[in-house]
Design a protein around this ligand. Structure first.
Ligand code: BGC
Length: 709
């Protein structure tokens, strides 16, 4: 396909049709010229809608085939449409939410889940997924924490690359990394809110995970809704053109987020849609999602010479090249097949991986000898408002309650001979105070050998637009907890949530606490395996759990102060510790591990060389288990102060009871770099400390010290 020759033949209107994306609901046009619904709100004509180059969110393979056929019949250039959807953590088989997958610290598993999700989605005609979402998060009030792998730059980069490989390799699909940039830093945790971040902090923490996706060959990128330092991302020439295109060399397709172009007026950045179009095309945004600034205003901008035809041609070329890469010109329907969408989705293989992923991403936060439960129990109470639900999470695509396994069902599956009963206990309303269902649950708890109590938040309470100012359990859930535990202390709490919650006031009452997140289609089976000890816990938190909302933002890799906490006139709170309730990297197991004092092969590191730090890790408990061994580094002094500790490596290893293994990390110069005053990544000579630890609470471990010369 000679894309350039094709572009030469195209009219401006035809080019702009390629650069506009509409939701499939806009395409179901009734006969006649009448345009309704969102298309009408955007003041689009019938032709503008029908000729669009790409489609967002449609029903299934049958709908896709129908839409594509109709489009090709009418399109004078016979350019197929490209179909896109948010396949963030699964298409029909739903894997745990990305925040949970991060806790697995298992990049190979992440890659595998994304690969399977992409294979499923292609049967439904989807060729681009709007993932990975790699926004760094430090504020659990923000509802979209669930979509990202957490608060750490290094882990997010590894997970970003794994997702790109998984979605794209061997699948016939493209990934679209989002939301560029720093959308996760929304002020006060309120979605779509302002972000204001110094270039240094952006470069060191917020930008690397997008760049990792670019370096891994991601085909598309989405700009974010937020303003960054005063300028909305979709009109931010420095962010998009200078950094992403020119500095990082990204030549793939850039799409705006949903209506983000015209929202530049709401931000008070553009006077009208024409200015939105000009700002965005100058920033090299190629495709405009769900607004109509390009189609309606680029012609006048070309006419007046404010926008050059070469800018439009370059955008169209990038987009058509992606269509070419995906083979659409040879087969516009490739992969889409209604029969396969039935037979090749939700297979046993996919379900098995989804179960494994849920097992590996759950985190055991507390266990006072309650867990694992014995499989010989006769009467099991499964209590709480989430016990009978399949906790899929937002962006669950075509995941369905009917095809998934709730915890109640999972326990029944595992214990076919036990009497397993459910009591709801309370509703899942976020501020529920009605405790009228508690007594029934209490009674059931009393009559049972063990209790599994599900608490937390409903899957509709986290996700886009679902910010919370308070992160505590509802009054009804608190009452339920205290009554149930009093009735039967043999209780384990299973927490479902899309973000860290504030558990300080209830933690003492919980004999055991399992962080289940939103574990997806096979969540119920996976959690039953964990609770009854068929499988051991191995997940570690990737987001800090605060003691109180007042500590937010709280994250492990903060800078130091001149007045460390725990003394008068220091950086502390009068009424609360400055430490978190659970730190980044924390998580228990059914066995115990120890890490020896680390050793170094050389105390000096020359430029371009590396040093090796190693320690012996031992399983000191009674059963086999996996442990995430974590490497943290601190630059003691630098021309710009550095954090107290930063994760720079991890290895997840499995050890039998009593087994020991030496775990070694090579530390190279690149791992010591930061965005310096010279506006580049550099490592400065001087002393560094390194810890090999089992969580970010490195104070509990002895460091090694080396010098970069
Ligand atoms: C979200 C994006 C998503 C898009 C398309 C927006 O509201 O912010 O993450 O990809 O919708 O569904």
């Amino acid at each position: 396909m000679d894309v350039k020759a094709l572009i030469k033949k195209m009219s401006l209107e035809q080019k702009l049709a390629q650069l506009s994306q509409f939701n499939a609901v806009c395409l179901h046009l009734d006969a006649g010229d009448e345009v309704t619904g969102p298309a009408k709100e955007l003041s689009l004509t019938r032709d503008q809608v029908a000729s669009t180059g790409s489609v967002l969110n449609f029903r299934d393979a049958t709908a896709m085939i129908e839409l594509q056929k109709e489009h090709l019949e009418n399109d004078p250039n016979k350019i197929p449409q490209l179909f896109m959807m948010d396949v963030v953590h699964g298409y029909k088989t739903i894997y745990p939410i990305p925040l949970a997958m991060g806790c697995s610290f298992d990049t190979a598993l992440m890659e595998k889940c994304c690969n399977m999700a992409a294979k499923e989605m292609v049967t439904g005609g989807v060729r681009v997924t709007f993932g990975p979402m790699v926004d760094l998060v430090r504020d659990p009030r923000w509802g979209r924490c669930m979509e990202t792998t957490g608060e750490d730059t290094y882990l997010n980069c590894e997970m970003s690359k794994a997702q790109v490989r998984g979605f794209q390799n061997g699948t016939g699909a493209s990934a679209c990394v989002k939301h560029y940039a720093a959308y996760g830093q929304a002020e006060a945790g309120r979605d779509y809110n302002t972000t204001d971040i110094s270039e240094r902090t952006l470069r060191d923490y917020y930008l690397p995970a997008y760049k990792a996706a670019v370096d891994e060959g991601v085909d598309m990128l989405m700009t974010s809704f937020n303003i960054l330092n005063g300028i909305p991302s979709s009109g931010n020439k420095w962010l998009v053109k200078d950094v992403l295109r020119d500095e990082w060399g990204f030549d793939g397709v850039i799409i705006s987020d949903y209506a983000a172009l015209e929202e530049m007026m709401m931000h008070g950045y553009c006077a009208d849609k024409k200015e939105c179009a000009k700002r965005a095309i100058d920033a090299t945004i190629d495709v405009e999602m769900m607004s109509s600034c390009y189609v309606q205003h680029i012609p006048a901008l070309i006419e007046s010479g404010e926008v050059k035809m070469e800018q439009i041609d370059a955008a169209v070329e990038r987009f058509l090249k992606l269509k070419e890469k995906l083979g659409l010109f040879e087969d516009a329907f490739a992969g889409a097949d209604a029969e396969k969408e039935e037979s090749e989705c939700l297979t046993e293989e996919y379900r098995a991986i989804a179960k494994k992923a849920a097992e590996k991403s759950a985190v055991l936060l507390k266990n006072e000898g309650v867990l694992p439960f014995k499989k010989s129990v006769k009467k099991v109470a499964v209590i709480g408002p989430y016990a009978n639900l399949v906790m899929l999470g937002e962006w669950a695509c075509h995941g369905r309650q009917e095809t998934g396994v709730s915890l109640l069902q999972g326990v029944k599956n595992l214990l076919p001979n036990a009497k397993v009963e459910w009591a709801q206990g309370c509703s899942h309303a976020v501020n529920e105070t009605d405790c009228s269902m508690v007594a029934e649950a209490e009674e059931l708890a009393k009559q049972s050998d063990i209790v599994i109590l599900t608490l937390g938040e409903h899957f509709n309470q986290s996700g886009e637009g679902r910010s919370r100012a308070e992160l505590r359990l509802s009054q009804a859930q608190k009452t339920l907890l205290s009554k149930v535990v009093q009735a039967n202390p043999n209780t384990a709490v299973v927490l479902y949530n899309g973000r860290p919650l504030v558990l300080t006031e209830v933690l003492d009452q919980m004999p055991a606490l399992v962080e289940a997140w939103q574990p997806g289609t096979e969540g119920g089976n996976a959690l039953a395996s964990l609770l009854f000890g068929e499988v051991n816990f191995s997940g570690k938190l990737t987001m800090t759990f605060p003691r109180s909302e007042g500590q937010i933002p709280i994250y492990y890799n903060n800078y130091r102060t001149g007045r460390p906490p725990f003394q008068a006139y220091s950086s502390w709170y009068q009424d609360m510790s400055t430490t978190p309730l659970f730190e980044f990297g924390y998580g228990l197991s059914y066995t115990q591990f120890s890490v020896s004092e680390p050793s170094l092969d050389c105390e000096q590191m020359s430029r371009g060389k590396s040093v090796k730090v190693q320690a012996e890790v031992e399983n000191t408990g009674a059963r086999e288990g996996e442990i995430v061994v974590q490497l943290y580094i601190c630059d003691e002094h630098a021309s710009l102060t550095r954090p107290m500790k930063e994760l720079k490596g991890y290895q997840k290893i499995s050890l039998k009871a009593g087994e020991k293994q030496t775990v070694a990390f090579e530390i190279n110069e690149q791992m010591l770099e930061f965005w310096s005053e010279n506006n580049k990544f550099e490592a400065e000579s001087g002393y560094f400390k390194a810890w090999i630890a089992m969580s970010s609470a490195v104070e509990k471990y002895k460091p090694v010290r080396f010098k970069l010369v």
